[in-house]
Design a protein around this ligand. Structure first.
Ligand SMILES: NC(=O)c1ccc[n+]([C@@H]2O[C@H](COP(=O)([O-])OP(=O)(O)OC[C@H]3O[C@@H](n4cnc5c(N)ncnc54)[C@H](O)[C@@H]3O)[C@@H](O)[C@H]2O)c1
Length: 317
């Protein structure tokens, strides 16, 4: 029997991971989440509702910043921690940098300490493409240590990766940081572009269009991310790795809006706004390392992924 502790398990990516883990044989899952009010708590409850009251599943409501609560409430023996809980989002981190630091760095420190105390040997961490910041050498490779984070959120992810290095070096903990590149798909966070734009289109509201539409993003479908996380859970070859999980394809903001318009059969009204501080001009992943170490191979392109997203969105609206 394997028992996985998934922090942030009620969130967008976490709930997809739990869906996947629940299909694996001989598996127990503990979902740790504090139902942070960053977006609707009802949405997060709905994300995991199919697992509640199942014998393979336990929900622990606690804040990762509260070490005493973690030690008292997490009483099982865990084979791996998949640490996805965080204050997510670049723009709000500029307004609340201390909260982002406390949760993303302090909370990660707590979970690493918990892993040390409980002899949990495998630690998979949700890092972010934002650590590369304004590094112009795309596609970004993990070998390139020319970090240039430009938001408090990004700096918390760099810091947490370095904490992981310390624990991997000092203790018997394998730490795999997966740098996710803008993840989308059903249940996507409502603050993220594809979800936000689709909602505004359906409400006949203008879409805020930052800059001139040339900013590019490497969008990664959530099922591909889950495959990468699963491979990282089972990775045994080295003690510490930083690995990009992207799609290795980019799309400009203007083309993204056109794709959503085509898929929804609606026409967007654009509200032109200046570029946002903290936003990077482009993200673009080199995924060779993920291919080599994890056998990672994303299979969903942006058109198909947006169709899946819109199908889900229409169902819940
Ligand atoms: N979605 C993306 O595009 C993306 C890209 C790069 C990195 N990431 C990272 O992936 C992870 C998951 O992101 P997501 O998009 O699913 O976000 P999400 O907000 O949907 O999920 C995060 C979950 O963590 C929980 N949480 C927040 N603070 C907590 C705390 N103090 N204690 C316990 N639980 C807490 C929230 O309630 C939420 O359910 C995050 O670490 C995020 O930084 C996401």
């Amino acid at each position: 029997m394997k028992h996985y502790l998934v922090t942030g398990g009620a969130g967008f990516i976490g709930s997809h991971l739990i869906d996947y883990l629940s299909l694996q044989p001989n598996t127990q899952i503990t979902c740790l989440d504090n139902f942070d009010p960053f977006y609707s708590i009802e949405t997060k409850k709905a994300n995991i509702k199919t697992h509640l009251n199942k014998n393979y599943f336990k929900l622990v409501e606690a804040d990762i910043c509260d070490y005493t609560a973690l030690s008292e409430l997490l009483t099982d023996r865990y084979d791996a921690i998949i640490h996805l809980a965080a204050k997510a989002g670049v723009r709000p981190s500029l307004d609340r940098p201390r909260e982002y630091y406390a949760t993303n760095v302090g909370g990660t420190q707590n979970l690493l300490e918990f892993a040390k105390q409980r002899h949990i040997r495998q630690f998979v961490f949700a890092s972010s493409s934002s650590v590369y910041g304004t590094n112009p050498n795309v596609p970004w490779s993990e070998e390139d240590t020319n970090f240039a984070p430009i938001s408090p959120y990004a700096s918390t992810k760099v810091s947490a990766e370095m904490l992981g290095h310390v624990y991997a070096h000092l203790y018997d903990i394998r730490f795999i940081a997966l740098r996710f590149f803008t993840v989308y798909g059903p249940r996507q966070r409502p603050d993220l572009a594809i979800h936000k734009f689709t909602r505004l289109l359906f409400d006949s509201q203008p879409i805020p269009f930052y800059g001139n539409g040339t900013t590019r993003r490497d969008y990664t479908f959530v099922a591909d991310i889950v495959q990468g996380i699963w491979a990282a859970i089972n990775y045994r070859k080295s003690k510490f790795e930083l690995i990009n999980l992207g799609n290795n394809q980019t799309i400009a903001l203007a083309d993204l809006v056109r794709t959503i318009e085509r898929t929804t059969n609606r026409t967007a009204k654009l509200q032109y706004l200046p570029e946002q501080p903290g936003d990077v001009p482009q993200t673009y992943a080199n995924i060779n390392k993920a291919k080599n170490l994890l056998g990672y191979q994303p299979t969903t392109n942006i058109e198909t992924g947006i169709e899946r997203f819109v199908e889900w969105f229409e169902k819940i609206s």
